[in-house]
Design a protein around this ligand. Structure first.
Ligand SMILES: Cc1ncc(C[n+]2csc(CCOP(=O)(O)OP(=O)(O)O)c2C)c(N)n1
Ligand SMILES: [K+]
Length: 476
């Protein structure tokens, strides 16, 4: 409830108060009168009006009073002459007792280039892309979609233990990757395999990891989709939400110390922003002026948690300013907008030694993973709407087609080739031997500690006791 308090000394304070505070105020202000300007006109309230009456008077005005308060937010009540020299800059004084509103009147706008029909919005400001890059982006988005569909089916058939798709987020994956260089170091969450695909990870390499065979760089020690590539500057996915964020800041800081023409780029979901690691990383990056680009895929759901239960702020983009980080909100389903925003973010991060936050608005069209059924917590209509009306791949396709860079024949050839290549990769990966049992215990300690040796002994004993339950294709 917003109230203007007037005292005889002509001091006006603007308050945002609850009933408890109102009680304290009426007591401490004693016989002075209260004046409300909540409706735009001043109403004098005599000192004898009881607290309950006062509460009733204001309770139905809550909406209007908040509006008034917001209007005042935009006025400058600061006294330029009366200021405090304080670390970080001059702070002007005000005699208005006024709290900053918890939410701005308007939400932060979302940058886009393509309209819903995939055509460039006249006057839009974006990074030009060559035909080669434009077509490569489109074909990689399609490849990612086909890979997801086939791998998902392979999991349903029991051929791999787990899978998680990126459907609906192809533009964020591919366009952001295209705007970076190979020297930029990627710290992914798990819904960005398209970045790795763009960097040259082969479909065979993806399949090897999902099957956890001997050719998997992680030697089968991670669940499927926890890809990583030293060669491609792509840190291995960690299931633990948010851990990649402070790591990215540290890597970015080292790139700056080494005067490298590169930045660190980290991806995370809206759910990830509730982790302490997100806040530690943002603050550390701002203070250390680390060249890191934070890319948040705000896809509406963190498994079954909707964003309304994740935060009460205007999404994620506003958190950047609180930490002193330049930020942008972008339409995550608009390939050209994502490309342009990340391209600009990278340039600023490196040339100005600063972190940048990009919030990409999108939607997780698939279930969280193969362990989830999202129809239990969200409507089919919502899913269908994003799948059909807001599909980033179809939208971008219209643009490349209009440019004359893509035809139906190109589409048919691409789809058929990619499908064949993925099926072939799965067949090969399935036949490759699994890493030996011993690999489970190596590569961490020079000489394994007693508890690890004990675990190995117990595992071998269990296999001997229950040979039928042990997979035949894993050498003991
Ligand atoms: C620290 C931690 N807490 C909880 C989990 C369980 N978990 C796995 S994924 C996930 C949701 C994350 O959502 P978000 O970061 O928004 O990414 P999205 O899956 O939507 O891409 C949760 C809670 C986890 N892996 N790590
Ligand atoms: K999410």
């Amino acid at each position: 409830m917003a109230i203007w308090l007037t005292r005889s000394r002509n001091v006006t304070c603007h308050l945002n108060i609850n009933l408890g505070l109102l009680r304290i105020l009426t007591q401490s202000y004693g016989r002075s009168s209260l004046t409300t300007s909540a409706t735009g006109r001043n109403v004098r309230i005599p000192p004898h009006v009881g607290l309950l009456n006062l509460a009733a008077l204001f309770s139905f005005q809550r909406f209007e009073s908040v509006k008034a308060e917001k209007q005042h937010d935009s006025e400058d009540h600061g006294d330029e002459k009366q200021a405090l020299d304080f670390p970080g800059g001059r702070v002007t004084f005000t005699s208005h007792l006024r709290f900053i509103s918890e939410s701005p009147e308007k939400r932060i706008h979302c940058y886009r280039v393509l309209d819903d029909n995939g055509q460039t919005i006249i006057g839009s400001n974006f990074q030009k892309v060559s035909k080669e890059i434009a077509v490569k982006m489109y074909s990689h988005m399609v490849t990612l979609q086909i890979m997801d569909t086939i791998f998902y089916e392979a999991q349903r058939q029991g051929r791999i233990s787990f899978y998680l798709t990126t459907i609906g987020e192809e533009a964020i994956n591919i366009a952001s990757a295209a705007a970076l260089t190979l020297d930029d170091i990627i710290f992914p969450q798990y819904r960005e395999p398209g970045v790795l695909l763009w960097r040259g990870f082969t479909l065979q390499e993806f399949a090897n990891q999902c099957f956890g065979n001997k050719s998997d760089y992680g030697k089968g020690r991670q669940m499927p989709i926890h890809y990583g590539s030293n060669k491609l500057n792509y840190f291995t996915v960690s299931s633990t939400i948010g851990t990649q964020l402070p790591q990215a800041v540290g890597a970015a800081y080292s790139l700056k110390m080494d005067k490298k023409n590169a930045c660190a780029v980290t991806y995370f979901g809206d759910g990830g922003t509730s982790e302490g690691d997100f806040h530690a990383a943002m603050n550390f990056a701002a203070v250390m002026e680390a060249p890191v680009v934070f890319i948040c895929r705000n896809n509406g759901w963190a498994i079954s948690t909707p964003t309304s239960e994740q935060f009460r702020s205007d999404g994620v983009v506003v958190k950047g300013q609180a930490y002193g980080i330049r930020s942008i909100r972008v339409d995550g389903n608009d390939t050209l907008a994502v490309y342009s925003a990340v391209h600009a973010a990278r340039e600023m991060a490196i040339s100005e030694h600063r972190p940048i936050l990009v919030e990409a608005l999108t939607y997780r069209v698939g279930h969280h993973s193969t362990s989830d059924d999202s129809t239990k917590y969200r409507s089919l209509n919502e899913i269908e709407h994003w799948k059909m009306a807001r599909d980033p791949v179809a939208r971008y396709k219209k643009w490349v087609e209009k440019k004359g860079w893509w035809t139906d024949d190109d589409e048919a050839v691409l789809r058929s080739n990619v499908r064949k290549e993925i099926l072939q990769a799965i067949q090969v990966a399935e036949k490759v031997e699994k890493p030996p049992l011993m690999d489970l215990f190596t590569d961490v300690y020079d000489s394994p500690p007693p508890n690890l040796c004990e675990q190995e002994r117990l595992l071998r004993e269990t296999i001997k006791k229950h040979p039928k339950d042990y997979p035949l294709d894993v050498p003991v």
